[in-house]
Design a protein around this ligand. Structure first.
Ligand code: GDP
Ligand code: IMO
Ligand code: MG
Length: 436
């Protein structure tokens, strides 16, 4: 098996880096695309021509008819929302019969959403700013060994029996702590009957499909959701999501050994954004931040919330490179910087009078960090039609070079617009081999 057959694509900032666009572009060469963590907190946008698709559970390879799309065991899946997503795709002429779900993926049920909302309300000003999709409570149930897995959807009475085991405790928590009315077993079970009918037949052993596919020379893409700084272990805890978002999770989240993973492409915007609460050293609450939000149309794909914006942060990028073992960068939204007089990169932080280059693990220290910027001349040209690095103005190329140098990883893909065609694959990069 050649390692060039498998490619992991992860978010290397706080999510929304453009993973969906990058995956869709690479998926033309993929036999299999697998999600390995997260759930419908993800919002991955794919654009081609006048078509805009916003995907939440479904891997961004779905637009390719011949690509098998897998939901891995590391995911949490809301069955009814997944059916809705599939129906919407079908209505638009996209075939979803190529979708498979790991029996070991955990389900997000109504009470998880209720608990997510209730937890956030209880936290008040200290809230995480979750997407409200029930992600945290579903992963918590998995860890507490009281989750319900997709395998239960293969048989209605099996699903209902499992629900009967776990619902009394969920109801007690909801009623006693959160003053929520709770759920009635028969009613709740019936609500999920369509999921048994529609999704049950799609439940299968994902590891086996991947193992046999890789052994047979098939090309596999692993699609990350969220981003490095939202990782449950390595992110800005507690302002993180509840899954492991880093590349290593592509192995555990699908049921493969780590030696089966090939290159690791880290998707980064040419600036930085974050949705929800938590520290963000290079956040710009002034004119530059507003300009980035407006030009980059920085409003959440899942919740519509305005994204917080700021300059590119090389400290988090170096950290993301380390914790993921990035072999290349996919630099997106470079076009958004066109027309800015100067463009900046945070190359270090200043904290308690000291300059630091490494990302601090203490969130209290991070809150005190001020970015140390290097400024570069901007460019006025519209670069959205550039299809090779040579088409870019010298100032844009200088910016990419400075960014690569300070991050220590080379750009292999540069994105200059949302459309799948607005993509530059850097010649001589490892990624170029993916297309050969
Ligand atoms: P994801 O969650 O990482 O897949 O990213 P999202 O889809 O949530 O957010 C990225 C947004 O930027 C989407 O609206 C994309 O269509 C858009 N986008 C992706 N790449 C580019 C790019 O290079 N330039 C511009 N202008 N938009 C882009
Ligand atoms: P994609 O895949 C950006 C953020 C939420 C919140 C925190 C926890 O589109 O990049 P959760 O609902 O997961 O418990 O929320 O994580 N968050 C994201 N931010 N992009 C995402 O996904 C996100 N998924 C979760 O805003 O701060
Ligand atoms: Mg998104």
């Amino acid at each position: 098996m050649s390692k060039n057959n498998s490619l992991v694509v992860v978010g290397a900032q706080w999510g929304d880096e453009g993973k969906g666009k990058v995956i869709d572009h690479l998926a033309v060469k993929a036999d299999l695309v697998a999600r390995f963590q997260g759930g419908n907190n993800a919002g991955h946008t794919v654009v081609y021509g006048a078509n805009i698709f916003k995907l939440h559970h479904v891997p961004s390879g779905i637009l390719n008819k011949n690509t098998l799309c897998l939901l891995g065991n590391g995911m949490v899946v809301n069955p009814l929302i997944l059916i809705k997503e599939m129906n919407e795709l079908e209505k638009r002429g996209i075939d979803t019969s190529n979708l498979r779900i790991s029996g070991k993926a955990h389900l997000i049920l109504d009470y998880h959403e209720a608990l997510d909302e209730s937890n956030e309300k209880l936290l008040g000003e200290k809230k995480i700013g979750t997407t409200g999709r029930g992600i945290g409570p579903s992963y918590a149930d998995k860890a507490l060994r009281r989750g319900i897995r997709a395998i239960e959807l293969t048989d209605f009475s099996r699903f209902k029996n499992r629900l009967a085991e776990v619902l009394p405790l969920q109801n007690r928590i909801l009623r006693d702590i959160f003053d929520h009315p709770g759920y009635e077993l028969d009613q709740l079970a019936e609500k999920y009957r369509p999921a048994v009918e529609r999704l049950g037949p799609l439940v299968t052993d994902i590891s086996l499909i991947l193992d046999q596919g890789l052994a047979g020379g098939k090309k596999v893409l692993f699609e990350g959701a969220q981003g490095a700084l939202l990782d449950i272990d390595h992110g800005t805890y507690p302002y993180v999501t509840s899954s492991s978002t880093v590349a290593a999770a592509a192995a555990s989240g699908t049921g493969l050994g780590p030696q089966r993973l090939g290159q690791v492409l880290g998707v980064m915007k040419a600036y930085t954004t974050r949705v929800g609460e938590g520290p963000f050293p290079s956040e710009d609450k002034g004119e530059a931040g507003d300009q980035l939000r407006e030009r980059g149309n920085e409003f959440g794909t899942t919740t519509g919330r305005p994204r917080r914006c700021g300059w590119f942060d090389a400290v988090i990028a170096r950290y993301a490179a380390m914790i993921n073992g990035l072999t290349g960068l996919a630099l997106t939204k470079l076009d958004v910087l066109s027309g800015m007089e100067i463009v900046k990169i945070a190359v270090a932080y200043r904290c308690n009078g000291k300059e630091i280059k490494n990302f601090p693990s203490s969130i209290e220290e991070l809150k005190l960090c001020e970015p140390v910027y290097e400024s570069f001349p901007g460019w006025d040209e519209d670069i959205s039609r550039a299809r090779s690095l040579d088409d870019l103005p010298p100032a844009a190329r200088n910016f990419i070079e400075a960014l690569q140098k300070t991050v220590g990883v080379d750009a292999e893909l540069v994105s200059v617009g949302p459309d799948r065609s607005q993509t530059i694959i850097c010649p001589d990069s490892q990624l170029a081999k993916w297309f050969s």
